[in-house]
Design a protein around this ligand. Structure first.
Ligand SMILES: Nc1ncnc2c1ncn2[C@@H]1O[C@H](COP(=O)(O)OP(=O)(O)OP(=O)(O)O)[C@@H](O)[C@H]1O
Ligand SMILES: [Mg+2]
Length: 389
């Protein structure tokens, strides 16, 4: 069958069968068609592109470029192509994108190669000429398989992360526990030095050191009770006051970087119930990230805190004037170990913020901003309903 006949045959069959098999209808998929022959390539494309995002490539190299730029669900490729055969393309593509499914189109005399391709990871092969309904059914099945692949990968990733977290949790709880004693010793020495009149000239510095050490001891205590799932550290909190406490702790770095702080506080903000140290640590992590993002920039470095009440929540927005989080990273930043700071970041700061928010039955989101003029994070905690006496 010549290509022209094949094309019109495919088209007729497709149109005839499109509505018959509703279950196999293919919609919303990203499909790549690879064929060095323009006729079949364009025909398949025009058949599929009403309801899908379809890309085409005339050879293997171009196909790999398309795969790099788009998250393709199913690739349909011919076998016989110059330079890189469909089989070579299949092997390279499956190595790089193991969750993508590949359907191989075969002509006469290529059946054996095609069957081999399935062993190398092709989802299916289809011998030309094929019924359009069959192709549609294969694509639908390939899409279902792709969904399963992605779900499995996601579960594997979560399991791996949970495992790393468990190990990390064990290491950290041991470390945190052991930190308690030396911190206690250092703070008692500082307390003693503060009573020594000879050290009066450095009293201010000793006081700063004492405050910072107390801050560390608080973190140790709160983290230990968090790890033991104790509840008794929950108290009534006013988010405006939490922000003020954070600004006290972060004062040296804010001063050093000359960061302007703007407070847009709701003065009638309802209370929330929470662990002061953990909530403060979350806000501090947001401040630290904001300062790191703005560090060294010549544009004004500004940090804006906005608080407001909602029907069921009290909320805090933290905005900076740094470069913001690129759209592609916004779903990832709360995942543990995600960091763009090379060796400089562990990627735990925002996952701690999320864990603390979850523990308080609250949430943390990247703010409503869609432009790239700074980062905007919003924390929400359940508001505490005062009981009427
Ligand atoms: N204010 C911000 N502006 C721009 N990007 C940010 C901001 N806050 C977070 N990010 C991005 O989110 C990533 C994750 O942040 P997170 O605080 O979890 O980890 P980190 O800062 O890289 O390392 P760590 O906090 O553990 O030292 C950062 O690496 C950065 O890419
Ligand atoms: Mg951080």
């Amino acid at each position: 069958m010549t290509d022209v006949v094949l094309d019109s045959w495919i088209r007729d069959q497709w149109v005839a069968n499109l509505c018959d098999d509703v279950n196999a209808e293919v919609k919303g998929a990203v499909i790549l068609i690879v064929d060095d022959d323009e006729g079949p390539r364009e025909t398949l494309s025009s058949l599929l592109n009403n309801t899908n995002e379809v890309h085409v490539a005339a050879d293997g190299a171009k196909a790999l470029e398309v795969l790099e730029a788009h998250s393709v669900d199913v690739m349909i490729t011919d076998i016989r192509m110059p330079r890189m055969s469909g089989i070579e393309l299949l092997r390279t593509a499956k190595e790089r994108y193991p969750c993508m499914e590949v359907i191989i189109l075969t002509g006469c005399g290529q059946l054996e190669t095609a069957a081999k391709a399935v062993e190398w990871g092709a989802f299916a092969y289809l011998q030309k000429p094929f019924h359009t309904c069959t192709l549609q059914t294969y694509i639908a099945r390939a899409l279902a398989s792709r969904r399963q692949n992605l779900e499995r990968r996601n579960l594997e990733r979560l399991a791996l992360e949970a495992n790393r977290f468990e190990t990390l949790g064990r290491v950290i709880s041991g470390m945190i526990h052991d930190l308690g004693t030396p911190l206690q010793v250092v703070s008692s020495h500082i307390e003693l030095m503060m009573t020594n009149p000879e050290l009066a000239p450095v009293h201010d510095r000793l006081e700063t050191m004492y405050t910072q050490i107390r801050h560390c001891t608080d973190i140790v205590r709160s983290t230990m009770s968090f790890l033991r799932h104790k509840e008794e550290t929950l108290v009534l909190l006013n988010l405006n006051e939490v922000v003020e406490a954070c600004l006290d702790v972060a004062a040296p770095i804010l001063r050093k970087q000359d960061v302007e702080v703007v407070r847009r506080f709701d003065t009638a903000l309802p209370f929330m119930r929470g662990d002061f140290v953990l909530v403060r640590q979350s806000v501090l992590n947001l401040i630290t990230n904001a300062c790191q993002a703005m560090e060294g920039q010549s544009d004004p470095q500004r940090l804006t805190f906005t608080t407001w009440g909602e029907d069921k929540h009290v909320c805090l927005g933290v905005e900076d004037t740094g470069p913001g989080v690129p759209l592609k990273d916004r779903n990832n930043v709360f995942r543990s170990f995600f960091s763009t700071k090379d060796a400089g970041g562990t990627g735990l700061g925002l996952s701690v913020v999320k864990n603390v928010a979850d523990k308080h039955e609250g949430s943390v989101d990247y703010g409503p901003r869609n432009d790239d003029t700074g980062a905007h994070f919003v924390l929400r905690f359940p508001r505490h309903e005062m009981e009427d006496n």
